[in-house]
Design a protein. Structure first.
Length: 480
């Protein structure tokens, strides 16, 4: 049978009669950068990080007994599980976590128990003791004189006598003064849950750069269970997690149930930023839920087009090899979007859209937004421009060994085949040596630092523009 059918069937018939959830859980979610957590799939994913606090109403008997708590996610850290009873009449003597085992963990946990196997039309196929579960989901049911029955095609497995099913289970040995019920708080770290920010920037028409920014939290649940009426707190930042875990077209997007709900409440937790969602949210298994971080807003932005040659670095000694940077190179020009963060922006992906001539919003690129404080600058590289090209040619190179000097010059040609004029930033990194000067240039540099020269060149529509510049490197005998 299909795994999806098996998962749905088990979700409907495997229940927990001993320890029932009394209220929706409180879940603290940490950021995850693992794309596997946000992609389609039927199996639980051992990635992401969350801390769950849920209330269970537990029935107990006088004396010592073992209680089974089910409906737990597939991946739990056993050493960090705690169960706290509100009543002082019940003591926890020990606890044992039975972890889910792969695709068939829910069934493997029932080996040795009596089950009823249901067919596609709801008919009973066979009843008996579950002897084994194959990797393909096939079942071996204990039989009579005719031997065991192997079942490969079925739609559901029903447990008899209300026994506990599900992935992971917690077995708690308790000692109670009397019979009764008590609310208990179950707290545990788990995996298969995580969040990241999801941004959409829609560029507005007109001569100036304006954009509508929408910020949402994208919450992935691949934990192996549903979470209903969950109160969610999101942690922005990157705490260290044990075992080197980094808590950092997709599944059908679910949305939080609240309509026009208030925005999340921001706070701080130690050195991290928190976002507490204003209302309870359902997180079905194998889903991605989107909920607002901020109300959408219009902000100013800046579009630039960049041609950058090399990168900033410091050599250990002057580089006198004339072959470095020789000849002619051609390259693409990058499209860049810049803006000032209107509020704290947690790390995430930003998709950028713009309206085409027919009014349809079209995707023009995306990039990663790092954790950004309010009012800090955000710079996204959207892609390579089709209509813009650059050609760079070294026009001269003179090296004087006795004078410990290099003179070098370049000619840059910028071509624009589009219908709109563009201003292109040409970024150069004179990196033969740390001591250099700009000796001449056809355009005044817009920015100059110890390792960078930036020129901003206006290029007309369907036209070209050029840049010529020369630098001189100088050093002493101590630098040889």
């Amino acid at each position: 049978m299909h795994r999806a059918l098996l998962s749905l069937a088990l979700a409907g018939v495997l229940v927990t009669p001993v320890a029932l959830a009394a209220n929706g859980p409180d879940i603290t979610l940490y950021r995850s950068n693992d794309n596997n957590l946000f992609q389609a799939g039927q199996n639980a994913v051992n990635s992401g990080y969350a801390v769950v606090r849920e209330q269970r109403n537990i029935g107990y008997a006088k004396g010592t007994q073992d209680l089974a708590i089910g409906n737990l996610p597939s991946y739990i850290e056993p050493e960090a599980v705690t169960l706290s009873f509100g009543s002082g009449h019940v003591k926890v003597l020990s606890q044992r976590l039975l972890l889910a085992q792969g695709h068939n963990g829910a069934l493997i946990g029932q080996i040795g128990k009596r089950v009823t196997v249901i067919g596609d039309n709801g008919q009973t196929l066979v009843q008996g003791q579950l002897e084994s579960v194959g990797e393909d989901g096939s079942l071996v049911i204990g039989g009579d004189v005719f031997g065991p029955t192997v079942v490969r095609q079925y739609s559901a497995v029903k447990l008899l006598n209300g026994e506990i099913g599900g992935g992971s289970r917690l077995i708690v040995r308790t000692q109670a003064d009397d019979d009764g019920h008590s609310d208990a708080v179950l707290t545990y770290p788990t995996h298969g849950l995580g969040w990241r920010a999801a941004y959409t920037a829609t560029l507005q028409s007109g001569n100036s750069c304006r954009m509508r920014l929408r910020a949402q939290a994208s919450i992935a649940n691949r934990s192996g269970r549903d979470w209903d009426d969950a109160d969610i707190k999101l942690i922005a930042g990157q705490p260290n997690i044990g075992n080197n875990r980094y808590i950092g077209p997709r599944p059908a997007m679910m949305s939080a149930r609240a309509k026009e709900a208030p925005m999340p409440q921001q706070g701080t937790l130690d050195a991290y930023r928190t976002f507490t969602l204003p209302g309870a949210v359902d997180l079905p298994d194998n889903s991605v839920t989107l909920t607002p971080l901020y109300a959408p807003r219009m902000i100013d932005c800046k579009r630039t087009w960049t041609f950058e040659n090399g990168n900033a670095w410091t050599p250990s000694r002057p580089m006198t090899n004339p072959s470095i940077g020789a000849g002619t190179t051609e390259g693409s020009i990058l499209s860049v979007l810049q803006f000032q963060a209107p509020d704290t922006l947690p790390e995430g992906h930003m998709r950028v859209l713009t309206a085409d001539k027919d009014g349809a919003l079209e995707f023009i690129g995306e990039g990663t937004v790092a954790d950004t404080p309010k009012h800090a600058q955000v710079r996204l590289t959207l892609g390579s421009a089709f209509d813009l090209r650059a050609k760079r040619e070294r026009t001269s190179f003179e090296y004087s060994k006795s004078q410990r000097r290099i003179d070098e010059s370049f000619h840059v040609t910028l071509t624009n085949t589009g219908d709109h004029a563009r201003t292109i930033s040409v970024i150069e990194h004179p990196n033969r040596w740390t001591q250099w000067t700009l000796t001449s240039s056809s355009e005044k540099p817009a920015r100059q630092t110890p390792d960078t020269l930036e020129f901003r060149i206006d290029v007309p529509a369907n036209g070209t523009a050029t840049l010529d510049y020369a630098v001189r490197y100088q050093w002493t005998s101590a630098d040889d």
